[in-house]
Unconditional design. Structure first.
Length: 86
């Protein structure tokens, strides 16, 4: 399933997810630090959603209260919440 999330408080403008079951198949960040976000996307590919949330949630970027990895966890939580409502 494809899911798009609009992050808040980071340089990236959108996070696109491709999820099958409970597995994160692909992640695409639009905007932000290209090299770092490509690395994160490759590292989480094929991982269970809850594992990604557990490893990346709460990471901060400098003085900001969030980061692109943290916003990815917010995207995954939003996806799970929306999935439960259906």
């Amino acid at each position: 399933m494809k899911y798009t999330y609009r992050p808040q408080g980071t340089c990236s403008q959108a996070i696109e997810l491709d999820i099958e079951g409970n597995t994160l198949n692909e992640v695409f960040f639009w905007g932000g630090c290209s090299g770092n976000l490509q690395g994160i996307s490759r590292l989480v590919k094929g991982r269970p959603i809850d594992e990604v949330i557990g490893k990346l949630e709460g990471i901060r970027c400098g003085y900001k209260s969030t980061s692109c990895p943290d916003q990815l966890t917010q995207a995954l939580r939003a996806y799970k919440a929306e999935k439960l409502q259906k």
